[in-house]
Design a protein around this ligand. Structure first.
Ligand code: MG
Length: 260
């Protein structure tokens, strides 16, 4: 069932969105060659708790950490570890924070040191896919309009669109109805209404979108070992258009380059 939020609730929601973005910004500043994904996770967890929040992912369905840290061919749900980031990697960090009874959810793929032009382009286009999806998040449109916008832009560049993992409604819990696929047809699916809050999160691959889960039961990787990118914002659908809730005083977007 889709939960409709009142304008007052959407205002309250901005606190969780703002903290979630600040956390992701903090994580991005740590991204550089030599850092481990576990170190980033530990700083993020402290940051969230220091600001009165609770990590949104820790314990969710049994996930062990406060961030998902997915490097290169890892698409989503990477578990922070002693893996050391090296020059040329890309890392997708997904952070969520609960505060004031609402959950913010956002993700960003950062560049580690000097990244190849081909991999940078994958990130830039995936971020553009997110923007294209958000533009469609207006009352009267359908979920399929979002998926169509994301898919058509990604495929125009020859990239793959992951099918098995999708965006979702967000509210008092991380995952609510409806599902928000990154593929679809115009005018199909749930009709969007003011008061819906959804996480839009394109997961786009350089090669095949086919994927599998590693033996740890979490980390999803591409079958061909080529990289994936993942950008996400939590967005409220309002009569005045889409409002990105995951934004702090510096806005909803982050530098691509880690360490900045
Ligand atoms: Mg999400």
């Amino acid at each position: 069932m889709i939960q409709i939020k009142t304008p007052k609730e959407i205002e309250e929601f901005k606190v969780a969105g703002s903290l979630s973005k600040a956390v992701l910004r903090r994580a991005g500043r740590m991204v550089r060659p030599g850092v481990t994904t576990r170190e980033i996770d530990q700083v993020v967890e402290s940051f969230i708790r220091l600001h009165g929040g609770v990590p949104g992912f820790k314990g969710l369905y049994g996930f062990p950490s406060s961030i998902c840290a997915s490097v290169n061919e890892e698409i989503v749900h990477g578990i922070p570890s002693d893996r050391v980031l090296v020059d040329g990697d890309i890392i997708s960090i997904d952070t969520g924070a609960t505060i004031g009874g609402w959950v913010g959810d956002n993700a960003w793929t950062f560049w580690v040191g000097r990244v190849s032009t081909e991999w940078k382009a994958l990130c830039e286009v995936t971020c553009d896919c997110l923007k294209a999806g958000i533009e469609q998040a207006v009352p009267g449109n359908h979920i399929g309009d979002i998926g169509f916008a994301v898919q058509s832009l990604a495929e125009r560049h020859g990239y793959g669109v992951v099918r098995e993992y999708v965006g979702h409604g967000v509210g008092h819990v991380m995952h609510e109805d409806p599902n928000v696929p990154n593929f679809g047809k115009r005018g199909r699916g749930v009709r969007l209404e003011a008061g819906m809050v959804i996480a839009i999160e394109p997961m786009i691959t350089l090669g095949t979108y086919r994927n599998h889960t590693l033996a740890n039961g979490w980390t999803v990787v591409t079958n061909d070992g080529l990289p994936a990118a993942h950008y996400e914002n939590t967005v409220a659908i309002t009569k005045d258009g889409p409002v990105i809730l995951t934004q702090d005083s510096n806005g909803p977007w982050l530098p691509f380059q880690g360490g900045e």
